[in-house]
Design a protein around this ligand. Structure first.
Ligand code: NAD
Ligand code: DAU
Length: 367
């Protein structure tokens, strides 16, 4: 039985990963360490609460004593670090917490693992650490000259993509903090032989994403006939991957990826933001039959400061070395995702009202 310490497992991708692993591996044991910030929601994991293979620990990755105690108690084979502040707009408002959590939290986690796993002979046994990174560390790509109507490149063979050796060039405080964390992970590998590997993924979408991010925000606003705020000209491009395909990549890289390496994860699903928004409007209108859900809700607003124009991943290395490929086509994934938000209005109402955060504050007060 392999034990995984998952940090940030109550967030969007982390909770999908916990569910994915318990579904896919009968012999996996998961310990979820999460500080339950506004983005952490244990409701995502209600279906596995009673599973004896799953345990939750309320702790902060910056807390040396708490993290060391968890490592001593569970002796995980793998540590998968999802825990982070993840929203670019919030990082522009308040960069400090991104440095604290994403950089100092990662460094603390590395120090705790290093101390716990040290075998006294310069090695770390069979333990492995995976840092969940982002394509944003590479900065931005130019929009190709020839585009399909959805904003994807018309000629992928002659288009530039992010590769693992693309120079790091972060622009937002969020991506600067994620870049810095990646560099610490690499430094611990190169300096101490620490058994770490890094994944860098493109934009995820799917169930349980906090409705501050583009896709769930637009679905929720459309349902409530609220304005759909499109930044700038709406022609920025992101490379969308269904969250389970990201979980599959992390599972494979954690077990089989070469230590010290970076693996890019993405599905060649580039779409312009305005195209995504129009798809959401059409699908919500079709599913609900509500005539007030229409493109009249689209509102162009001031652009995000330092807004990266285009992300596009080349996932060749993970495909060639580990045989990873995305299983959910965008057209299928986006409809499934919209359906999930329409079918779970209570989940959305709960996280947007903040009622669950009040509950956590009461439940964990003084603990
Ligand atoms: P999220 O914001 O939904 O969840 C973050 C989780 O981390 C929450 O459960 C939160 O409570 C927890 N957390 C925050 N600070 C913590 C701390 N100090 N100690 C312990 N737990 C803490 O984020 P997400 O979208 O699920 O992203 C997860 C990871 O994947 C992040 O590292 C992010 O940078 C990376 N990533 C995200 C995407 C994406 O599209 N969402 C793409 C690539 C990489
Ligand atoms: O690329 C991976 C990254 O994807 C992750 O590392 C981040 O954690 C994750 O939040 C995401 O970052 P983005 O900034 O790309 O995601 P967001 O959903 O915030 O925005 C997607 C695009 O949509 C971006 O070009 C900004 C635009 N946008 C976003 C919001 C919230 C709008 O036009 N209107 C909006 O209201």
């Amino acid at each position: 039985m392999a034990t995984y310490l998952v940090t940030g497992g109550a967030g969007f991708i982390g909770s999908n990963f916990v569910l994915y692993m318990l579904r896919r591996h009968a012999d996996a044991r998961i310990v979820n360490l999460d500080a339950l910030t506004y983005a952490g929601n244990l409701e995502n994991l209600a279906s596995v609460e009673g599973d004896t293979r799953y345990a939750f620990v309320h702790a902060d990755i910056r807390d040396q004593a708490a993290v060391s105690a968890v490592l001593a108690e569970y002796d995980p084979d793998y540590v998968i670090n999802f825990a982070a502040e993840s929203h670019v707009d919030r990082s522009i408002e308040n960069p400090g917490v991104f440095a604290d959590t994403n950089v100092m939290g990662t460094v603390n986690l590395l120090n705790c693992c290093r101390a716990a796993w040290d075998d006294g002979e310069g090695g770390f046994g069979a333990h492995r650490y995976l840092q969940v990174g982002t394509d944003e560390v590479y900065g931005t790509l130019a929009i190709p000259e020839a585009l399909n109507p959805d904003g994807s490149p018309a000629d992928p063979a002659h288009t530039e993509y992010f590769r693992e050796d693309t120079p790091l060039s972060p622009h937002s405080p969020y991506s600067a903090s994620k870049t810095s964390a990646d560099l610490f992970v690499k430094a611990y590998h190169d300096t101490y032989g620490f058994p770490a590997v890094i994944t860098r993924c493109s934009n995820n979408y799917g169930p349980y994403q906090f409705p501050e991010k583009l896709i769930p925000l637009m679905i929720n606003n459309a349902v409530h006939h609220k304005a759909l705020p499109v930044y700038g000209d709406g022609l920025n491009v992101r490379d969308w991957l269904y969250v389970d395909d990201h979980c599959k990549a992390i599972d494979m890289v954690a077990r089989e990826g070469r230590l010290g390496e970076v693996y890019n994860v993405g599905g060649h699903n580039e779409r312009a933001n305005i195209y995504i928004v129009k798809t959401i409007i059409a699908e919500v209108a079709r599913a609900t039959g509500d005539p007030e859900v229409s493109e009249a809700l689209i509102t162009y607003v001031q652009d995000r400061a330092g807004h990266d124009r285009r992300y596009g991943m080349a996932p060749d290395k993970i495909r060639e070395e580990l045989g990873w490929y995305p299983e959910t086509p965008y057209e299928e994934g986006i409809v499934k995702t919209i359906r999930w938000y329409l079918d779970n209005p209570a989940w959305v109402a709960n996280v947007t009202s903040g009622a669950y955060q009040d509950y956590y504050d009461r439940m964990y007060a003084g603990k």
